[in-house]
Unconditional design. Structure first.
Length: 125
């Protein structure tokens, strides 16, 4: 694994509840911001994408998986930065934990699985 100085680090935080009927457009806009930043990042820059999604419906999961596969393609190029995913899921939320594991299996991105307390996540909402 490459060691990157902290000064060459860019973080994106994608959190909240995204459901088809109210906010998938907001999620798509956030994902596009990350995608364009990843495409334009210089070699040696660490791009960290933090996901904390206590609720994500099936349509949102499909969108997110397509996005992560696109990031995986960008990450495989030698002329861009390094992409790392922090996947946060609530304690005892097996669905989101399994989805994070599916992301690990489906991409070669560096994924950090981080279990959070349910109360701390819900307090943010």
């Amino acid at each position: 694994m490459n060691t990157i100085p902290l000064s060459n680090e860019t973080r994106f935080n994608i959190e909240g509840v995204y459901l088809a009927f109210n906010s998938l457009d907001v999620l798509a806009d956030k994902l596009l911001d990350v995608y364009y930043s990843a495409q334009m990042s210089a070699p040696g820059v660490l791009l960290i994408v933090e996901f904390e999604l206590p609720i994500l419906d099936t349509r949102g999961k499909r969108m997110l998986m397509r996005f992560l596969k696109a990031l995986n393609t960008i990450n495989s190029r030698s002329n861009t930065g390094i992409i790392m995913i922090e996947w946060r899921y609530q304690f005892e939320d097996e669905d989101m934990e399994e989805f994070g594991e599916l992301i690990e299996e489906s991409t070669s991105l560096e994924i950090h699985m981080i279990q959070t307390e349910a109360y701390a996540v819900l307090r943010k909402l």
